[in-house]
Design a protein around this ligand. Structure first.
Ligand code: SAH
Length: 226
């Protein structure tokens, strides 16, 4: 189910943010191997140009990561699609935790899918901007300013956890906050050598791991900044 977004005239876009350019992105994602129609529909429905600075809006529907300030990036649409599809594959998660809110785009795509979304960001400025976007689009996303390596224990367990910054190793606290039957998708590694991992926790708590290929993410850092 795709949640109904509260769209303003600006959200519909014109020219390089308009429907044709947005449809072309969906076709590019399909050509790149994204087959889950729910994911494609969610990406089609979320106005990505509202998640970047106005000066970059004309590039929002290119299949690229873009800067969002503080040395951070909004993930490439292909990576957002791939991670989201990996979360939804063989299951129907309800409560999802994202680590690394950034622009809020990935969280918005998850909320558009009708999931109950919790997201944690360590940079206060980015989180405040993301919250404004959620509000403007009428998306219900719960968010917290904290070091996401701690997860969100008060709200655990989660059916799915998605980490959008790369740590040198898997974060144990996040695995603990995953419900039995849950899925965690996270990039792991250091600059130049990161892989996207998909971990499943079975009903007995045993973990199986699958490698989804090489990726490039900003680092998962400790502590918080205003
Ligand atoms: N999901 C984001 C991608 C943002 S880039 C989007 O759709 O735009 C990754 C984000 O992770 C950055 O904003 C960075 O500040 C944040 N981050 C890095 N380490 C973190 C940590 N320990 N806890 C929470 N957020 C973290």
């Amino acid at each position: 189910m795709i949640a109904r977004l509260r769209l303003q005239p600006d959200d519909l876009g014109v020219g390089l943010t308009g429907q044709r350019v947005r449809d072309r992105l969906i076709e590019d994602l399909r050509a790149a191997g994204i087959a889950d129609e729910r994911v494609l529909e969610a990406i089609r429905s979320v106005p990505r140009h509202r998640f970047v600075d106005e000066a970059l809006a004309s590039r929002a529907y290119e299949n690229n990561a873009l800067p969002i300030g503080h040395g951070q990036t909004i993930s490439q649409p292909y990576v957002v699609a791939k991670m989201t599809a990996a979360l939804l594959r063989d299951g129907s998660p309800r409560r999802v935790l994202e680590i690394g809110t950034g622009s809020g785009y990935q969280a918005a795509v998850l909320a558009a899918l009708g999931l109950e979304v919790f997201t944690v960001e360590r940079i206060g400025d980015l989180l405040r901007a993301a919250r404004k976007r959620f509000r403007a689009l009428g998306l219900h996303v719960r968010s917290k300013h904290d070091d996401g390596r701690l997860g969100w224990p008060e709200q655990a367990p989660f059916d799915a956890i998605l980490v959008t910054a790369a740590g040198p190793a898997l974060v144990e606290a996040l695995l603990e906050q995953l419900a039995p039957g849950g899925v965690l998708v996270a990039p792991v590694g250091t600059a130049g050598a990161q892989t996207l991992l998909r971990l499943c926790k079975d009903a007995d708590g045993a973990i199986t791991q699958e490698d989804l290929g090489a990726v490039v993410f900003v680092p998962l850092l400790s502590g918080m900044i205003d």
